[in-house]
Design a binder for this molecule. Structure first.
Ligand code: HEM
Length: 492
């Protein structure tokens, strides 16, 4: 398994192994992979298996995702107790009801769509014959929306308009990829070698890139703090996540010995994780939605007709306003396109490791149940669960229709598809906190693009997803050409 991980062929190896050996496999002396719901993800993830193992000296694969030299965040925390305290501080502001009803988020998204995203597309259309790398634009748009919600519009990023900052950020962010093997798989060994033998497994530029991203985030935190101190004037400038997290952490700090500096880094580490988790995954999913829609012209045309039913339409106007989030959310084909893309091109298709509890557990389907001792690394992968032919017929085909045909299925089959086996956002206590924000922004972005343009490929070499935990396109690009749709008349 170490060699498999080192060579970055883990997802492919697990796929072949499960196809040959069934839903539960022993991968090594202390490691198991599960690819089933009952006796699999239900036990491990809904059952609250921890990310860290006391039997393994506290080893936690996710510790790598802490920021500011080891300051934990919700994602990196190994222990469920500390994690649930943190999650309780913020989960309500990411809930579906708050996200879809938030006037602040709607105002932020309106500005980002009408003042940045659509003008960017218009410029690409006029100046570059409609040719652009849509992957970078989508990454910029998702970063602007996620940081907008965290820090408020005034203090957040504007990567769509600031091309140099976008290049700067993506270079830093992507340069660190593929240097995670040693610190994640052998954290103690690699830090020992680094400290005592002076050998670094990770090049210096990776730590420098991390530090630059951390400073950038700290500046956004300071900006948000300033807006709060001076009093928010425009609703869109409200730093929703920052403000709530600050209040909750400060309250917690009062009851312990946490100093102001520590509080600032706890906060910054937390929000840095949200912005990284939020922009990257949504940008990847959107890129594959555009890829598939460009490949399936008939579905693209049907989507455009569906989008024309929106009021107001999502087209440039002198009085820009977005259709209601509920109206966007209720569009069946748009929903099906996003869901099918999340299924087939999961942004996190790779294994999500947890550890069996000290007393051990039983894993596997009823007819094939195994005792697994405590402290064993156990994982499931969205990429494998989503490829189950019994649940998703023609699983390797992109078929949004499957989500439109749910009504015709019996209840059990529908539940299998919609919830039991659909794992793009994980499940249980450590499930994605930002899933509703992700869906919200992805639907608006796809709606804005296809209300105004058609897309086709220009160059899709390297579009295959890398074999990794998070899986962007190999080439980091998808070159497309835009064709303008006939303008819908808007009554201002
Ligand atoms: C298409 C978009 C997204 C996908 C596919 C996705 C997927 C996931 C998955 C699978 C996990 C669990 C990972 C694991 O345990 O190994 C997760 C956790 C997380 N995600 Fe997302 N995510 C998305 C968007 C977002 C957004 C927009 C945010 C912004 C707040 C976000 C923030 C987080 C955080 C903070 C966690 C850790 C939660 C915890 O440990 O309780 N994600 N995400």
């Amino acid at each position: 398994m170490h060699s498999v991980r080192w060579r970055a062929v883990e997802n492919a190896t697990l796929r072949d192994a499960h196809a040959r050996l069934g839903p539960i496999i022993c991968l090594g002396p202390e490691e198991v992979s599960v690819n089933c719901v009952r006796g699999g993800i239900r036990e491990v993830y809904a059952g609250g298996f921890e990310k860290a193992s006391s039997a393994r000296g506290g080893y936690n694969w996710y510790a790598f995702f802490s920021n500011y030299r080891g300051v934990d965040n919700m994602f990196s925390m190994g222990c469920n107790k500390a994690h649930s305290l943190r999650k309780r501080m913020i989960s309500n502001i990411y809930s579906k009801s708050v996200v879809t009803k938030s006037p602040v988020l709607l105002a932020q998204t309106t500005t980002i769509m009408y003042d940045r995203f659509l003008p960017y597309l218009e410029t690409a259309y006029r100046k570059d014959a409609g040719v652009l790398n849509i992957y970078t634009l989508l990454s910029a748009a998702t970063m602007d929306i996620v940081t907008g919600y965290i820090f408020g519009l005034k203090a957040s990023s504007n990567l769509i308009d600031k091309a140099d900052q976008l290049v700067w950020f993506l270079d830093l962010y992507n340069s660190r990829r593929s240097y995670n093997f040693w610190p994640q798989e052998f954290p103690v060994f690699s830090s020992f070698v680094e400290k005592w033998l002076g050998y670094k497994f990770t090049p210096a530029f990776v730590s420098e890139a991390n530090e630059e991203i951390e400073s950038w985030t700290a500046r956004m935190c300071e900006g948000a703090g300033l807006v709060v101190a001076q009093g928010v004037v425009e609703p869109a400038d409200t730093p929703v996540v920052y403000q709530q997290l600050y209040t909750a952490l400060a309250k917690e700090a009062k009851n312990s010995d946490v100093e102001e500096v520590e509080l600032a880094s706890l906060l910054a580490s937390e929000v840095l994780d949200h912005l990284a988790a939020g922009f990257d995954t949504s940008g990847i999913t959107l890129t594959y939605a555009v890829y598939e829609l460009s490949k399936h012209e008939a579905i693209q045309t049907r989507l455009q007709s569906e989008l024309r039913t929106l009021t107001p339409p999502l087209v440039p106007s002198s009085t820009p306003a977005l259709p209601d989030p509920k109206a966007i959310d209720a569009l069946p084909l748009l929903h099906a396109v996003i869901w099918e893309t999340l299924r087939l091109h999961s942004a996190i298709p790779g294994p999500q490791p947890r550890f069996t509890p000290p007393q051990g557990c039983r894993l596997g389907p009823e007819e094939d149940l195994y005792y697994v001792p405590g402290g064993v690394r156990v994982s499931a992968s969205a990429g494998l669960l989503h490829a189950n032919e019994e649940v998703y017929e023609h699983a390797y085909a992109w078929r949004p229709e499957r989500w439109l045909e749910l009504e015709q299925l019996d209840e059990e089959k529908r539940k299998d598809m919609e919830s039991r086996w659909f794992w793009a956002f994980g499940s249980g206590g450590r499930m994605c906190v930002g899933s509703h924000l992700a869906v919200y922004q992805m639907k608006y972005i796809v709606a804005a693009l296809y209300s105004n343009y058609s897309t086709s490929f220009l160059d899709n070499t390297g579009i295959e997803q890398i074999d990794s935990y998070t899986a962007p396109p190999k080439s980091d690009k998808l070159m497309i050409r835009l064709e303008k749709l006939p303008r819908v008349s808007v009554v201002d």
